[in-house]
Design a protein around this ligand. Structure first.
Ligand code: DQQ
Length: 537
């Protein structure tokens, strides 16, 4: 297959061609990180889904293996959909995944490695006692999928499976003593009205203090739990932070943690069907998420590929205990090459300054902005609850007080095209409100693209007069981490002029208050080994 390379990413995970979606069963085994993912071996649109499989020593360089799981049996003949891995005692991985059976019912199956002494885990067996879990009485068989990693508590394994009853989103809970015989718990682990189908649930503990991750079965006083779901209706994910009581199998989100569409998000942009795993070698909880295309289907067919995985992120609980923080895995820094640094560069009102000396279409940029005072911040209207709507009204070119300031990524020389990533500070009655945007509105002259003004609020203390931003720019993706990972936004964009060597990068300020780039550190990024064809194990 000949693929059009113009918008192909340089350092994001993708196969040589065709369609990909959800990351599946990430794990560390036999000295390798394993990543499986939903893949169409026949084309650049969703369909014919198999579990493609790649391995890596560093989460950056990847080698493709043969697909691990694909339809062959009555219990998965109509599809092998998403699922998760659990490492059983004795270091034995087991995968749970959703199969579509002969009657198109969604059932939960397991697969085990044919040979545990093969660190690549090339061959997987789907034993004949599958499926392990049928949709029970009253469970919608066409909305019953995406089993989680199992956790152990009180003498039982537990998993949740995503579902819905009418418009209520549900995480059904199942228990098992031996991983083979599963019983549905009387109460779902959690559910919420009017949220629709819960796809790809994820449920895991986080430490109350510190960045270290926890093995999925850990619980106790030093632990809170996170429940994340992917909402089929909006195509966004949300999570809550709460407490899990294994004795009664109840998860209660904290009251500061809104449930439903107003809930917190891992990412306010194009990021879906995500899944975490615990990396015991480095004590991290690592998040994988799918960044779908936002062009049209015929563009994908013409490109010959669709979908990437976002850069894996370390995820941990903020000191305040109310939200998660995320940061790209440090291994990514091994790809940094040419470097440019600025310090104390003032950006007066209406100015933009070009960042030269690196490759702007494939870069990693870290920048800290400072401002002398917040006096000029625009008043905040409490009716502005929707960050994305606010960003689409007050884009980077609408002059403000403190901000908008930030980066113009993937910009053409005369700014016919640019994707701004920026902050805007407002003054509410008792506090300041920080808006972060990654606005695709002017990202491309091409028509027929989805160009949303993605945005989220940033819960950050401004008393030191600073805001920081890290942005990973990779041809058709701009992945940003605001205020040390408090708010993250991923945009997929398709410039026509600002491509390859013609892309530019600027720092800008469009507020009346002057802003200083206190420190900027930017790097060109090298290409890792990325599932190259003819390089299969
Ligand atoms: N994708 C899978 C499903 C899942 C959905 C099918 C989420 O298992 O619910 O490819 O993107």
């Amino acid at each position: 297959v000949k693929v059009n390379q113009l918008h192909r990413t340089g350092f994001h995970f993708q196969p040589p061609s065709h369609w990909i979606n959800d990351p599946n069963a990430p794990m560390y085994y036999g000295g390798f990180y394993h990543l499986f993912y939903q893949y169409n071996p026949k084309g650049a649109v969703w369909g014919n889904i198999v579990w493609a499989h790649s391995v890596s020593k560093d989460l950056v360089n990847w080698e493709a293996l043969e697909p691990a799981i694909y339809p062959t049996k009555p219990f998965d003949i109509n599809g092998c959909w998403s699922g998760s891995a659990t490492i059983l005692p004795g270091n034995k991985p087991i995968i749970l995944y959703t199969g579509l059976d002969t009657q198109n019912r969604q059932v939960q199956n397991y697969a085990i490695p044919a040979n545990l002494s093969d660190p690549y885990l090339r061959k997987w067996i789907k034993p004949d006692n599958n499926p392990l879990v049928f949709p029970g009485h009253g469970v919608n068989a066409s909305a019953f999928r995406d089993p989680t990693t199992a956790w152990w508590a009180d003498g039982h394994w537990r998993i949740i499976v995503g579902s819905r009853r009418k418009h209520r989103g549900i995480a059904y809970l199942y228990r098992s003593k031996d991983f083979m015989k599963w019983t549905q718990a009387q109460h779902p682990l959690h559910s919420a009205a009017n949220t629709g189908m819960w796809e790809c649930p994820d449920f895991f503990p986080v430490s109350i203090r510190g960045k270290n991750g926890l093995e999925t079965s850990v619980n106790g006083e030093h632990v809170k739990h996170v429940l994340k779901v992917s909402l089929d209706v909006t195509r966004y994910e949300y999570y809550t932070v709460g407490t899990y009581w294994p004795e009664i199998d109840r998860y209660i989100p904290e009251n500061t943690s809104a449930d439903g569409w107003s809930g917190m998000r891992y990412d306010y942009g194009n990021f879906y069907a995500s899944k975490t795993f615990f990396d015991a070698t480095t004590n991290r909880r690592i998040l994988w998420g799918w960044a779908n295309e936002s062009d049209a289907v015929d563009h994908d067919i013409a490109k010959g590929w669709a979908g990437i995985q976002a850069i894996p992120r370390v995820l941990w609980l903020d000191r305040c205990g109310k939200q998660l923080l995320q940061w790209p895995i440090e291994e990514l820094e091994s790809l940094r090459t040419e470097n440019v640094q600025w310090s104390n560069h003032e950006l007066s009102m209406g100015s933009h300054a070009e960042i030269t000396g690196i490759t702007p279409a494939q870069a990693d940029v870290e920048v800290t902005f400072s401002f002398p005072s917040l006096d000029k911040a625009e008043p905040f209207d409490p009716s502005w609850v929707d960050a994305q709507q606010l960003c689409s009204q007050k884009g980077s070119s609408v002059q403000g007080g403190v901000g908008p300031f930030g980066l113009l990524t993937l910009a053409s020389e005369n700014l016919e095209e640019y994707t701004p990533v920026f902050f805007r500070v407002f003054k509410d009655k008792f506090k300041h409100v920080v808006l972060m945007c990654s606005d695709a509105k002017s990202s491309s002259l091409k028509r027929g693209l989805y160009k949303p003004s993605f945005a989220g609020f940033v819960n950050v203390d401004l008393s030191d007069g600073k805001l920081s931003l890290r942005t990973l720019i990779d041809h058709s993706v701009v992945e940003s981490f605001g205020a040390e990972g408090r708010t993250c936004i991923t945009s997929r964009v398709y410039p026509t002029l600002a491509v390859l060597g013609n892309a530019h990068l600027y720092a800008f300020n469009n507020g009346t208050e002057s802003v200083t780039v206190e420190k900027l550190n930017a790097w060109s990024m090298k290409k890792p080994r990325m599932n190259e064809e003819g390089n299969r194990f």
